[in-house]
Design a protein around this ligand. Structure first.
Ligand code: AMP
Length: 362
């Protein structure tokens, strides 16, 4: 039986596992956490993500290794023997881990990005503010997620404090984009190079964390361009697995924000809303199986459940809704589940989303 090793045993690992069980796969996870969500799927090797011993054991016990988060230490992965394939490839991780390398790659592939500058001092940001104009978004180059490690700088007075707050160096300043919408383009590429892409997803964030997604995004004029950006990234990186590209829509322009070399929160709707979920297509990719149909089963929407589960679970007792609970302890700002609606059309979907958002007080 094929065994898949997953670095990280959070909810993404858990959902990969559930999709894989239907394909007859076995899973082993690596994660230092106590009782992580994916423990419901398979054994968890309790080691730090950069533990050479942990990674070697994972490789020894499995046929192929993948990961569920992008801050996996690239040097540690290199200790895994060449006979043990690791997908997506390290080059994708390297670019996704450093916002400057990521922006440079977008530029090299002709994918438009907001104006940006590398920042290693307050002086750099004063200069960048002059060149880019204010506001700018100052971000740490590495290890930022869900809006953490970033500050909007609106006036010149805020520059010194913002640079200090984020550690003084290894930062990037980006033009603040007055976007109309945020969308993500999600696709998969298998070992032999076949590519599939999902219909675009529109995303709303609250406090830097994804709150609501809707698919399809109804962005006909942008669909082909977004798909071209995504496929050029997948091909250039000789990518294997699912990749999510986050884009800002400003008028008719598309500007790339970042990409995630993994299954993505904005693709959770694909479990019930698409013919083949992002999780199944990720597994099909890394096992070099034919990729599954990405067509929609209806008009889909997803709401993240953040911080706490609603007291009354029966709010999801409606045939349109599908509830997912990850088995995590509730904590403010923590993603502990999500709910997906699949409806006959956008109007029914949007009505269901609106009423659920009211019940959840978001
Ligand atoms: P990130 O961690 O880069 O994905 O940023 C989290 C969220 O912050 C994004 O989804 C946007 O809503 C917002 N954001 C990030 N960068 C910018 C920008 N340059 N201009 C405007 N909003 C931004």
């Amino acid at each position: 039986m094929t065994k898949v090793g997953v670095i990280g045993a959070g909810q993404l690992g858990q959902m990969l596992g559930y999709a894989g069980q239907r394909l007859g796969l076995d899973f082993v996870f690596l994660d230092p956490a106590d009782r992580p969500p994916a423990a419901s799927v398979g054994p968890v090797l309790k080691f730090a993500f950069d533990s050479t011993e942990g990674l070697r054991r994972l490789a020894a016990e499995t046929d192929v290794i993948t990961y569920e988060f992008e801050n996996v230490p690239v040097d540690a992965l290199a200790t895994i023997a060449p006979g043990n394939p690791v997908y997506p490839p390290a080059a994708a991780l390297q670019h996704a881990q450093d916002r400057l390398a990521e922006k440079t790659l977008f530029g090299a592939l002709g994918i438009p990005v907001p104006g940006y500058r590398a920042i290693d001092s307050a002086g750099d940001l004063h200069r960048a503010a002059g060149e880019l104009g204010l506001p700018v978004v100052l971000k740490t180059r590495r290890l930022g997620y869900d809006g953490k490690g970033q500050v909007v700088v609106r006036t010149a007075d805020e520059i010194d404090g913002a640079v200090e707050q984020l550690g003084g160096k290894n930062l990037i300043a980006e033009q603040w984009v007055p976007f109309d919408r945020e969308i993500s383009a999600i696709g998969a590429r298998n070992v032999r190079g076949d590519i599939v892409t999902y219909p675009l997803t529109e995303n709303q964030h609250r406090d830097g964390i994804l709150s609501v997604s809707r698919a399809p995004a109804r962005a006909a004029s942008l669909e082909a361009r977004a798909r071209d950006f995504l496929t050029s990234l997948l091909r250039h990186l000789d990518y294997v697995g699912v990749l999510a590209l986050e884009l800002f829509v400003v008028g008719d322009d598309l500007l790339a924000n970042e990409f995630a070399p993994r299954v993505h929160n904005s693709g959770h709707w694909t479990i019930e809303g698409a013919q083949t979920s992002q999780f199944e297509n990720h597994l099909r990719s890394i096992l070099d199986m034919p990729l599954g149909d990405t067509g929609m089963r209806g008009s889909a929407g997803m709401i993240n459940l953040i911080g706490a589960m609603p007291a009354a679970r029966n709010i999801f007792d409606d045939r349109l809704w599908h509830l997912h609970e990850y088995g995590k302890d509730p904590r403010p700002g923590r993603k502990i589940g999500h709910a997906t609606v699949v409806a006959a059309d956008d109007a029914v979907r949007d009505k269901a989303l609106k009423s659920m958002a009211e019940k959840l007080n978001i």
